[in-house]
Every structure is written in C-alpha cells, then in structure tokens.
Design a protein around this ligand. Structure first.
Ligand SMILES: [Zn+2]
Length: 264
C-alpha cells in the first residue's frame, strides 16, 4: 500500500461533494464530522461548544455538524466559538451558518482574514468568497479561554501567510490527552520560499507539541490519516479497544514527518 497521502485534482473535486457525511465521538469531549476529504471538530467545554474549521460553505455541512452534536447528546444551542486554522474556503467553511444561527465568536489570524478576503481560491465563484466577519485575531503564543479549558495558539505560516495551529486538552474515558491540529497540510507548491517557511513551521509545530505534551494529532483532511477509516473504527470501538487517535511521541513525530516529506 502507498505509504503516502493520495492528493490529486480529484481530491479537490471530492471536497465539494456534500452528498454524504460521517461523524464520531472520538473523545469524551470531541466529535469529528467529515465528508469524504475534509473534516472538522466539535469540542465540549464548560463555556459551550467550540468548532474547529468548517469543511465548506454549504448548509449541508452545518446540518451535519448539528446532527453530530445531537447524536452525542450535546446541545447545539451551546455553540459559542468558531476557531479557524487558515483563510481557505475548505476551513472557513460553514462559519456563516454558525454565526447567523448561534452568534458564535470567530477566531482567525489578522493576516489570513485579509488573505481570505483578497485571495479567493475560486475567483469566479461568489459562494466561496469571504462571507462572515472575524471577531478575534489570534497568533503566536495566544490562549483562547473556553471556560474550564483553553486552546494554545501557535503561528505556522507557509500553507497560507497567516496559518495557525492549535493545542487543546481532550479526554478519553476520563484520561487526559493533549490534541493538536496542524493548520496547513501542504506547502504553496509554486513558491520555493513558501516551501521553506512551511518546513520551518512544521519544525515549530513539533517543538510546540513536545512542550505541550501533545499525543493526539488531528487532521482536517482525511487523505493524511486514513480519516474515514479512523472514524469508522471509532464508531465501532468497544470499551476494551484503544483510542485510535492517541499516539506516542515517536508516532506523533513520524506523522508530522509526512507533512515534510510531501514538500518536494
Ligand atoms: Zn488550505
């Protein structure tokens, strides 16, 4: 089997297929919601529910998130924050529906808010343009407090100029773990300087992961972690089976290494 994420033009086409979604409660306090290529996460805190990234600007994504929240027995009315890794459409996603329906507070870097506005991925498609405001600009070293929990923010530019990565605590049957989301999965392919920036950002991410003791590496793109299979496993997991998202440090760093290996 190919030991490498499978990325192609077809990947981009599949990112816009909203015909089906899948979801799972992967930690006591974390849900994953995914279509075939792109995923997002819903995190439970004492302040309310926090959504990380938003898959695609489509009402079907919002509906899938609400259904996953209800399936977990959580309350969609407690949605309070939308935290975005970077200013690409497949991450700003269904934020408009979260803002309109739940008045969530939105978070992104200042740089990527402008980047999102000025550099739409599809200039001929208004449905993919910037469609909601950012309330809070965050960057390197910032903390987003969410009641009893907090998100640590680091800056990992390269994929986009203001790309962010996040660290936040999760629990598996009561045991604490530290989850990480690397904001940008691929380098800007045609920009040699951007590739070098991406390399440095991955090193920064790995160093921060050591500092925060991260042992869970979450991906918003299923190609990188056999995401659909991990969701299926989580749906079927029995109480005596391990959590497939929990890694030791060596495996965490091996996973991060993939993000460097694809920079050619
Ligand atoms: Zn992106």
């Amino acid at each position: 089997m190919k030991d490498y994420p499978d990325l192609s033009e077809e990947t981009l086409v599949r990112m816009e297929d909203m015909s089906w979604f899948t979801s799972a409660q992967i930690f006591d306090d974390l849900l994953i919601v995914s279509q075939q290529e792109t995923a997002c996460f819903v995190w439970k805190t004492s302040e309310g529910l926090v959504v990380f990234d938003g898959i695609w600007p489509d009402a079907a994504v919002y509906d899938a998130i609400i259904q996953a929240i209800e399936a977990a027995g959580w309350d969609p009315d407690t949605l309070c924050k939308f935290v975005i890794t970077h200013g690409h459409t497949d991450h700003t996603g269904c934020g408009k529906w979260l803002v309109d329906g739940h008045k969530v507070t939105t978070y992104l870097s200042r740089v990527d808010d402008a980047f999102w506005r000025d550099n739409p991925i599809k200039p001929d498609r208004p449905d993919t343009w910037k469609d909601f405001d950012i309330d809070c600009y965050v960057g390197e070293g910032d903390t987003i407090y969410c009641g009893d929990k907090a998100i640590q923010v680091i800056s990992t530019p390269g994929h986009t100029p203001g790309c962010l990565s996040f660290f936040f605590p999760v629990h598996d049957r009561g045991k604490a773990h530290m989850a990480a989301i690397l904001g940008g999965s691929t380098p800007p392919w045609t920009d040699p300087a951007g590739k070098e920036v991406q390399r440095q950002s991955i090193d920064h991410f790995v160093a921060a992961a050591r500092e925060w003791g991260a042992d869970v590496l979450l991906s918003t793109h299923t190609a990188f972690d056999k995401g659909l299979e991990r969701i299926a496993y989580s749906q079927a997991r029995l109480s005596y089976m391990p959590n497939i998202y929990v890694l030791n440090r060596e495996d965490f760093e091996n996973f991060c290494d993939v993000y460097k290996r694809i920079i050619l």
